[in-house]
Design a protein around this ligand. Structure first.
Ligand code: C5P
Length: 206
């Protein structure tokens, strides 16, 4: 069983993916972390984000079990990840890794931008999780403040819109709802309501 979850930043897809994986006893991969890990390694080496040769090499040596999620959650890393995500050769490498993860038993929940369209086009069930940019910016600002980070709503909103634009307009594997994906708009939902709605959708599909 494979559950494919796509959607923009701060839509709630990550939390839903993690909780669905627990609920249905599946493995979980946040594919954004794979892009973040490569971006962070390029930044650490002081290399330009467009250096696809090195990016591919880093991807080939990526050990999913040992990526440090807390370090990778930084805002600048998300921005850098979105910049390298336009590189077609790098995507091929990371998609291979993600497909391998999805194929291993007992099945998995994967979340990202191109799971239902590219990584797992034959997934058992697909969800496209979204929310208005304003609702997402409010959530992201509150999350950053709760971690003691500086965050200003207006600039968080601008950053999210810019990232949405880049992710949905790129030529390779742009973020988009697969034709057979269920749309889950969480703008007016708290996380519990969204989770119940997602469980209902997945339960009906399996
Ligand atoms: O989901 P997260 O914010 O961690 O993703 C960081 C960036 O990685 C996204 O803005 C997107 O450009 C890229 N990404 C992608 N395809 C995925 C997952 C993430 O292009 N499947």
């Amino acid at each position: 069983m494979i559950v494919a979850i796509d959607g923009p930043a701060a839509s709630g897809k990550g939390t839903l993916a993690r909780r669905l994986a627990e609920h249905f006893e599946l493995r979980h991969l946040d594919t954004g972390l794979t892009y973040r890990a490569v971006a962070a390694a390029l930044l650490a080496k002081g290399l330009p984000l467009g250096d696809e040769g090195v990016a591919i090499e880093i991807a080939q040596n990526l050990d999913l079990a040992h990526v440090d999620k807390t370090v990778l959650s930084a805002h600048e890393i998300g921005e850098a990840a979105s910049r390298i995500a336009v590189l077609g050769g790098l995507r091929e490498e990371l998609v291979r890794l993600q497909k391998d993860f999805a194929a291993a038993p007992p099945g998995a929940v994967l979340d990202g931008r191109d799971i239902g369209t590219v990584v797992c086009p034959d997934a058992t069930v697909k969800l496209f999780v979204t929310a208005s940019p304003e609702a997402r910016a409010e959530r992201r600002t509150a999350e950053m403040v709760s971690k003691g980070q500086e965050a200003e709503y207006a600039s968080v909103l601008e950053d999210l819109k810019r990232r949405d634009e880049r992710d949905s307009q790129r030529t390779v594997a742009p973020m988009k709802q697969a034709d057979d994906a269920h749309l889950l708009d969480t703008t007016e939902m708290d996380i519990e309501t969204a989770f119940q709605a997602a469980v209902d959708i997945v339960s009906q599909a399996c």
